[in-house]
Design a protein around this ligand. Structure first.
Ligand code: EPU
Length: 295
């Protein structure tokens, strides 16, 4: 950081020089020079307002399950540390964005509420899942989302119902400095045993088709309309393509795995090679699903 951070920002709980390898599921990346971890919505708002006032760019980090960071980052990074409570009202569950996504799906199943079974194998935080409109097995978050709270990039607090155009396949408008604070899912009453059986079935499917025992960041590329990125990469003969300890998974071609000592640069380079080859073989341009951050 070339200039000192303002006092208002430094009042928000923070840590210095945290390795991104500890903040991301792929386990790579440089240092997060300033990691801000607000424990209240007000502190989160203070963070955004202070950054805006100082003209500082910032990043929002969730569970780090969809992220590769190249090098060190000196800009302030926000990672919510809000209370891990789940508020139930009838069939609706409201949760803070920093809540674990899988834990929320499990809590819903335990409460006999159906609708979040699809989420039971998707890692990361609820905020990241909303921001990405995460999904699996033909379902996605916008199917169950009834209300959500967020901070605008100016630091204003908004609570609203989702509207058409705000969420699409693996996309929402909540990028570029928006901070998701909480979300409410409208679920339906179900039988706990049936819900748990569905969750177990999804888990088994995932376990047999995805390299879950190795460090990974989920699917690396979005599925092009009507196609499967995994199949395209597989057909291009790229399974097992390796740079150092970074490898195109042998189990699912749209996953990259870290065999231990891979670096962020190797992952970025491998993604580039996969994109180029798929373009050459299929004439299809793959769009990354994971985010790449650099200073
Ligand atoms: N396939 C191959 N080779 C591979 C991988 C897949 O030929 O190496 C084929 C499969 O045989 C299947 C088709 O491609 O016929 C689709 O594969 P799969 O069922 O694994 O689904 P996917 O489209 O690759 C999507 C999501 C996953 C989600 C699964 C299950 C995306 C980019 N991926 O994968 O989400 O878990 O469906 O619903 O939308 C993620 O978003 O990070 C993610 C992992």
């Amino acid at each position: 950081m070339t200039r000192p951070l303002p006092d208002a920002l430094l009042m928000v709980p923070h840590r210095r020089d945290v390795p991104f390898s500890k903040l991301t599921t792929l386990g790579v990346g440089g240092l997060c020079r300033w990691l801000f971890e607000p424990t209240t919505e007000l502190e989160a708002q203070t963070f955004v307002r202070a950054c805006v006032q100082e003209g500082l760019a910032w990043r929002v980090l969730g569970g780090g399950s969809n992220l590769v960071v190249l090098g060190d980052l000196t800009m302030p990074v926000l990672r919510l540390a809000l209370p891990k409570t789940i508020h139930r009202e009838g069939h609706r569950l409201t949760t803070h964005a920093s809540h674990g996504h899988i834990a929320l799906a499990e809590a819903a199943a335990g409460a006999g509420l159906s609708g979040l079974e699809f989420a039971s194998g998707i890692p990361g935080s609820l905020g990241g899942a909303i921001r990405m409109n995460a999904g699996a097995y033909g379902r996605e978050w916008v199917d169950v989302l009834t209300r959500y709270r967020f901070l605008t990039p100016e630091g204003d607090l908004v609570e609203k119902a989702p509207e058409p155009g705000e969420f699409r396949y693996r996309w929402s408008f909540l990028t570029g400095g928006h901070v998701v604070l909480s979300a409410t899912a409208e679920l339906v009453e179900g039988d706990s045993a049936t819900i748990r059986a569905q969750v177990a079935d999804y888990r088994e499917k995932r376990g047999t088709s995805q390299p879950l025992s190795k460090r990974n960041a989920g699917c690396i590329f979005k599925n092009p309309p009507g196609q499967s990125a995994g199949r395209l990469i597989d057909q291009a003969g790229l399974k097992g393509l390796r740079l150092g300890d970074a490898e195109v998974s042998l189990e699912h071609a749209n996953f990259l795995v870290n065999h231990g000592k891979a670096t962020a640069t190797e992952f970025a380079e491998l993604m580039g090679q996969v994109r180029t080859k798929v373009w050459e073989v299929h004439g299809v341009e793959l769009e990354p699903e994971v985010e790449i951050w650099r200073e």
